[in-house]
Design a protein around this ligand. Structure first.
Ligand code: UDP
Length: 413
């Protein structure tokens, strides 16, 4: 059988400390209508990246609401995950020529078929995340369950060949979920479309409130100088997150702010074979400067440490070129830390009001905004406060639970 990720239960009541009655009552009402529903999310990795982060918070809260929620993870060898990383990149618009070859298609099919035999299908609703396990529905017997495909990336302009390969699988689903309207790829007519943005959990170890002073002390333990400014990017080691651009930004900003430090906190994910090469290349660049620090989930930087980095940073950068949503933007803003971010995909909807002036495309622009915030700490603090409020209103976990329960209710008729 496929691995079921072991998780606890979380009560909704706690969220009354931060969120209004209306939303939480809505969530409770939906959950009570669906009480006892068997729901399973499926993805390709139990750790690393936004989907794993999301499910680790979301499933326990669903359970706390009386939904029998589970999370199953598919298996695959490096050949399969190389193909699926290609498909992931292709959904974001990169050319993926190998998908035109039979052996590539075969690797994808064979793995999905194998996993479908290991899948526990005894659920009322199965939500399949991203392209890796997409064909599971095709290979699963046609029971009474409803199936939804959840696409987490910016799929507005996918590579044509790759999308033509994937589209028949998507059309077998009862619903397809995207983060934004504009991410719905061309020519997708069949399943019901639902739009819902991801969310962060204010009560996870990554997002609970930590004192800034304490965080700075902790960073000292990681080799950063707590008395000098530092900027941060937290991301998987992935080309779309533009880590080399961030290093350039740091170099430019340092000309204006001597003593500046940069921390790049990156994670490896079980389904991302490209990360090792990226990690080595980033290290090579970073090693030339003792004020650039590279950390990862393999060297002791877990959720609490990421929290401390995001809370303690003077400015967070998220210089993505393509981005489905970018949970890291919401995480930083929730901590009141100002963000300068790439004007890409789902990021702008998180950067409302004056923060929208800190959406950038070029390295120069990014460096200039970073320097401005470093030189005007009061403004940085105000923007952080405004950002936190916007995240609170729009991107905390119960809102996502409400959106998904509403969809499930519709699917169950
Ligand atoms: N993350 C982490 N450690 C790292 C790098 C990333 O815990 O070293 C987490 C990060 O805090 C966020 C998630 O991984 O919760 C990344 O999600 P995001 O939506 O920003 O990007 P994705 O990886 O899904 O493209």
């Amino acid at each position: 059988m496929l691995q079921k990720v072991s998780l606890g239960t979380k009560k909704l009541d706690k969220y009354r400390l931060v969120l209004g009655k209306k939303l939480l009552d809505e969530v409770e009402a939906l959950a009570s209508e669906l009480k006892g529903l068997r729901l399973c999310h499926i993805n390709a990795t139990p750790f690393g990246g936004g989907v794993a982060e999301l499910l680790s918070c979301y499933i326990p809260l669903m359970r706390g609401l009386g939904i029998q929620a589970d999370w199953q993870v598919i298996r695959g060898n490096s050949r399969f995950f190389t193909v699926t990383k290609g498909l992931h990149n292709a959904l974001q618009g990169a050319r993926y020529a190998p998908i035109e070859q039979e052996k590539t298609r075969q690797a994808y099919h064979a793995n999905n078929q194998l996993n479908s035999r290991e899948l526990d299908p005894n659920y009322d609703v199965l939500v399949v995340n991203d392209p890796q396990p997409l064909a599971l529905r095709h290979y699963s017997s046609d029971g009474r369950a409803k199936w939804a495909w959840r696409c987490h990336v910016d799929s507005s302009q996918p590579d044509e060949a790759a999308w033509q390969f994937l589209i028949p699988y998507v059309e077998e689903y009862d619903a397809a979920i995207f983060t934004m309207d504009k991410f719905v790829p061309p020519g997708l007519n069949k399943p019901q479309i639902a739009i819902m943005a991801p969310a962060i959990d204010p009560f996870s170890s990554k997002n609970i409130t930590m004192r800034r002073r304490q965080c700075r002390m902790l960073l000292d333990a990681f080799g950063l100088d707590k008395d000098r400014p530092f900027i941060l990017q937290v991301s998987r080691f992935d080309i779309w997150k533009d880590p080399f651009g961030v290093i350039e930004v740091y170099r430019l900003a340092k000309e204006e702010v001597p003593g500046l430090q940069l921390a790049l906190v990156g994670s490896f994910a079980g389904d991302d074979p490209e990360a090792w090469e990226m990690y080595a290349a980033i290290h090579e660049d970073a090693d030339k400067d003792e004020d650039i620090h590279v950390f990862s989930n393999l060297t002791g930087v877990g959720n609490m440490e990421v929290n401390a980095f995001q809370t303690g940073a003077d400015v967070v950068i998220q210089k993505s070129i393509k981005e489905g949503f970018g949970l890291v933007v919401a995480e930083a803003l929730w901590k009141g830390t100002p963000v300068v971010a790439g004007n890409a995909g789902g990021i702008p909807m998180q950067m409302a009001g004056r923060l929208s002036d800190y959406l950038v495309v070029s390295i120069e622009d990014c460096a200039q905004r970073v320097v401005h915030l470093l030189r005007h700490p009061e403004l940085a603090e105000e923007l952080g406060r405004e950002g936190r409020e916007h995240i609170k209103q729009n991107f905390l976990l119960p809102r996502l639970v409400r959106d998904e329960l509403s969809l499930i209710k519709r699917l169950m008729g």
